[in-house]
Write a protein that binds this ligand. Structure first.
Ligand SMILES: [Mn+2]
Length: 408
């Protein structure tokens, strides 16, 4: 029997740029969260005395891998070394192994995969993986993985994109389920897609997801899998939450809510309800069924006055209040072609090229170029801008529709 931990996408030292407006104490908690989550995981690995840990890429968030992140990671590896727990790791598209980067030396218990798929042996377990030599690995690396070794167990690490999964991550080192199954390994430890998912039970094919949500799209608990493989028995996978901060999104109904006072009370209640022991919650509320709400209250949601006046707690921070685009369904349900046309325009406007095109003057502005040089590459910022643009557009359609109805 073997017991190991499968983790991926630690993204240590994620900057959480979009959250700079938070209270400094909370921002600091958020900033520390990628570190904290991994530290907890290492503690659990030691307590559980696992046989080894596999990390399927994106240990660091940035390709320049800050000394702070490296020193932290090395310290955690040393803790595992002291506990005689080996670590098999690959680098991903975020922390690719550019030869130009100087690195702190890791202790001997850490085995790093090279640029081509290679196999390490841990007693009677074969572990195969590869590290990204550069950011863009678009080849089908799976084709270079060896057939199952003649050992008790064979584990594959792959930082890549499952074709047809519809995930928003970039298509790197793509593969199909069939590709993986054909190798006849006993476990596939996948990385790259941040949403946790068990794609296949036997053998387990698993994205462990990232260890800490980094934006509103990476919701809920995050962590790693504790895996047990035993000859003749079904594998067992236990999810371990290690993320100190959870992003939560909740839709609430405003039926019966008319005044600003009632709205404020309702939101305060939701903040209390969202509390979880020993977790910090970053809460986004989506307000649905707002027909009865006064225009003034609505305006205060739109202009940010309401959220600025919410009394925030340390356990739950309400970072966003939005209105459910409910009339979207109404408008579009009447006209399929309008939905399609909206989706087409959205796809076009969301394309990276369009985004760069539209913002080119801003990116080329001398001040932006010197002081915010990374704006253009900042995917978090891009997602945020696109999301807000979509919401604004939908709100516009909502109001036009409402006005037309009134005229009728
Ligand atoms: Mn990643």
């Amino acid at each position: 029997m073997i017991r190991f931990i499968h983790t991926a996408d630690l993204h240590l030292d994620s900057p959480f740029k979009g959250l700079k407006q938070l209270h400094p104490k909370l921002y600091n908690q958020v900033y520390q969260s990628t570190f904290k989550s991994f530290e907890r995981l290492v503690t659990i690995a030691i307590e559980e005395a696992v046989d080894f840990i596999v990390i399927s890429g994106d240990i660091y968030d940035g390709d320049n891998q800050s000394v702070k992140a490296q020193a932290f990671f090395r310290e955690q590896m040393q803790r595992l070394d002291t506990a005689s727990i080996p670590v098999y790791l690959s680098h991903g598209n975020h922390d690719f192994m550019d030869s130009g980067i100087s690195r702190l030396k890791l202790p001997d218990n850490v085995k790093v995969f090279g640029h081509e798929p290679e196999t390490y042996y841990h007693d009677t377990v074969a572990i195969t993986g590869f590290s990204y030599p550069k950011r863009w690995v678009t080849e089908r690396m799976i084709e270079k993985y060896p057939k199952r070794a003649k050992t008790d167990f064979h584990i594959g690490l792959l930082h890549g994109f499952l074709e047809g999964s519809g995930a928003t991550e970039d298509v790197y080192a793509p593969f199909t389920m069939g590709d993986l199954l054909a190798k006849q390994y006993d476990y596939w430890a996948l990385g790259h897609i941040h949403k946790r998912q068990i794609l296949n039970q036997q053998p387990p094919i698993v994205y462990s997801g990232n260890t800490q949500g980094r934006n509103p799209n990476e919701l809920g608990e995050k962590g790693a899998f504790l895996v047990t493989l035993q000859k003749g028995l079904d594998p067992t996978l236990t999810f371990i939450n290690t993320a100190p901060i959870w992003w939560i999104e909740k839709t609430i109904s405003l039926v019966g809510i008319q005044t600003l006072d009632a709205l404020y009370s309702k939101i305060s209640e939701e903040i209390i309800k969202a509390q979880k022991p020993e977790q910090t919650i970053l809460l986004s509320l989506i307000l649905d069924d707002r027909e009865e709400l006064s225009d003034d209250a609505l305006e205060r949601i739109h202009n940010g006055d309401l959220i600025a006046g919410i009394s925030q707690s340390e356990a739950v921070y309400l970072y966003r209040i939005t209105l459910a685009p409910k009339t979207e369904r109404l408008v579009f349900s009447a006209d399929d072609r309008m939905q399609q046309s909206f989706n087409r325009s959205k796809d076009h406007l969301s394309a990276v090229e369009t985004y760069r095109d539209v913002l080119t003057d801003l990116f080329k502005h001398p001040t932006v170029r010197t002081r915010f040089a990374d704006f253009e590459q900042d995917t978090e910022l891009r997602e945020k801008i696109l999301q807000e643009a979509e919401e604004l557009l939908l709100e516009d359609i909502v109001f036009e529709e409402g006005e037309t109805t009134r005229e009728d």
